[in-house]
Unconditional design. Structure first.
Length: 291
């Protein structure tokens, strides 16, 4: 009889994103969040697989060999004959503080652009520049004295078919570096989800909910962040564009959803800045998590 351990299937984790070389003063290191994530997935007994694109050049060949040596495989890594492999040049000033040069118009930029239904003229370095500009503005306008500063950007998602700018809320944590210099670490704002949901007509696209409202019949409707609202309304207008759904912003964070019946539903943020989707009465499948 087989043991439970022998029956257990290894989880396969497919990670999309740019593989690049960090050109450090002490030598180059293969980097990029996807490769790092897949590597650590392997360390946790999963099967990490990277889906990316490199150039048909020396760095690209070295990246493929390095991925294979790490056990990540290259079946989903394509090669671009016209663009170079991504790289970031890292230099240190006399105080040991790093300076970064991110090379643009590389193979991964072409890969992401090819997945869009129309040109967006976006690049990885351009996206990073937008984040840094918004972060700088947030620092200058911050009057709270907090070392954790929340700010919002609007940009085209680097992956997927969406070509419109969507909202993303980021948090910048300001702290001291190894040499006493000021360091800003930027990441997505973390909100603990309590469940997930999807449009009945699109079960493949799933969003997280920060809460659920319940009506008198026991039917659930999601409570979501402003970022998720932006995403679901973009998806809804794409899926049902023939029916004539339209969305316009209003004052004080309000969002007006114009339905084909001629009715306009207004969504207003609550005291936490969350939005309740019950007024839309859309056919949604809600699945609370079991804690």
């Amino acid at each position: 009889m087989e043991s439970n351990a022998s029956k257990r299937q290894t989880a396969r984790v497919l990670v999309f994103g740019e593989v690049l070389w960090d050109m450090l003063p002490g030598g180059k290191q293969l980097g990029g969040a996807p490769a790092n994530f897949a590597y650590h997935a392997n360390a946790l007994d999963a099967q990490g697989v990277v889906a990316s694109r490199v150039g048909d050049d020396k760095l690209g060949g070295e990246a493929l060999r390095r991925l294979e040596s790490l056990g990540l495989g290259v079946s989903y890594v394509s090669t671009d004959r016209d663009r170079a492999t991504g790289r970031v040049d890292v230099r240190l000033d006399p105080n040991g503080v790093p300076d970064y040069v991110i090379h643009d118009a590389v193979a991964w930029d072409a890969q992401t652009e090819a997945g869009k239904p129309r040109p967006t003229r976006q690049s990885e370095s351009g996206r990073i520049t937008e984040v840094l500009w918004a972060a700088r503005h947030a620092v200058y306008t911050n009057r709270t004295g907090s070392h954790d500063i929340e700010f919002v950007i609007h940009r085209v998602p680097p992956s997927g078919p969406e070509t419109r700018a969507l909202r993303s809320t980021l948090v910048m944590h300001i702290h001291r570096g190894d040499h006493g210099e000021t360091v800003a670490t930027i990441g997505l704002a973390h909100v603990q989800p309590v469940g997930q949901f999807h449009l009945t007509d699109d079960p493949a696209t799933v969003w997280f909910a920060t809460g659920f409202d319940t009506d008198s019949t026991g039917r659930l409707s999601p409570v979501i962040t402003a970022d998720t609202l932006d995403e679901i309304l973009a998806a809804a207008t794409d899926i049902t564009s023939i029916s004539g759904i339209d969305v316009t912003p209003g004052a004080d964070g309000c969002v007006h959803v114009h339905e084909p019946s001629g009715i306009t539903q207004t969504l207003r943020p609550d005291h936490l800045g969350r939005y309740h989707l019950r007024p839309l009465d859309w056919p949604l499948v809600c699945r609370p998590f079991e804690f």
